[in-house]
Design a binder for this molecule. Structure first.
Ligand code: ADE
Ligand code: ZN
Ligand code: ZN
Length: 258
């Protein structure tokens, strides 16, 4: 009996860890790509605030604090929900804030000469995370199904949902480390492509995710079993969102830390 209990405990801990680790890879890729494109001036100021830690390392902090209830007001900062056929400008806004208002808040704190060092560090870590979240299309989906969280699907033989497919399943199934995938995205980006990706503003980038969410909702039926053909079709989109997230995070940071 005791052996069975210990086995079940070990099994539960392994699967829980695996799940939480999965969610982190996309953020680390984005952080790793951004790090490559930082200006010297930005790198120096960021190194000081983060005590030498990399952007990839701090990119998951905003998810880690979710388990502490004293940070619950930051939950709505990770996403935005509005109807698929509406632009953000015309949509009803949440009083609790959303990923767009949160990114603007982080930028304000980082530019505020009166903000404390601790406040700047907190909002810098959040900014690194939220620019990643904003590029995950299902973080800009419908309210009714919580950005796809309530749309159950199977990922090969495992239970999942449409949100999780885009947070973790597609990225994990590709089987590269965050370092390898990040380096791959960097080496396949031309100067002209980088310039095109940097154009526009945070709001445009969020609306890009929102348009993609509409397409992704149409890509599955509830209960469907997704497998290789889904990865084959959508990996290029997933790579593109990670690359854009990284390049634009660097752009935002280079503009803040001049
Ligand atoms: N994560 C938790 N709730 C969410 C929502 N409503 N939309 C997107 N991501 C979420
Ligand atoms: Zn998040
Ligand atoms: Zn998510």
């Amino acid at each position: 009996m005791r052996a069975l209990f210990l086995f079940l405990l070990a099994f539960t801990m392994t699967t829980t860890n695996a799940n939480t680790l999965w969610g982190k890879k996309g953020h680390r890729v984005t952080g790793h790509v951004a790090e490559h494109y930082l200006s010297k001036k930005a790198k120096k100021q960021i190194d000081k605030l983060l005590a030498g830690h990399s952007l990839a390392f701090v990119s998951t902090y905003a998810d880690e604090i979710k388990s502490d209830r004293s940070y619950s007001k930051y939950g709505p900062w990770h996403y935005v929900n509005y109807p698929l056929d509406v632009h953000y400008h015309d949509a009803e806004k949440s009083d609790l804030g959303d990923v767009y208002t949160a990114i603007e808040k982080c930028k304000r704190v980082l530019l505020d000469n009166n903000a404390t060092e601790a406040d700047k560090v907190f909002h810098l870590k959040f900014l690194v995370h939220l620019v990643g979240d904003m590029h995950q299309p299902m973080h800009a989906g419908r309210a009714a199904d919580k950005g796809g969280n309530d749309i159950q699907v199977r990922w090969f033989n495992e239970g999942s949902n449409l949100h999780k497919v885009w947070d973790t399943n597609l990225i994990e199934s590709y089987g590269m480390s965050f370092h390898e995938l990040g380096d791959e995205l960097i080496r396949t980006t031309s100067k002209a492509q980088k310039k095109a990706i940097e154009s526009g503003a945070v709001l445009d980038w969020m609306e890009e995710s929102h348009s993609l969410a509409a397409e992704i909702y149409g890509s599955v039926n509830s209960g469907e079993k997704l497998k290789y053909s889904y990865s084959y079709q959508y990996n290029p989109v997933m790579f593109d969102r990670l690359k854009k997230g990284g390049i634009r995070l660097a752009k935002i940071l280079n503009d803040l830390f001049k």
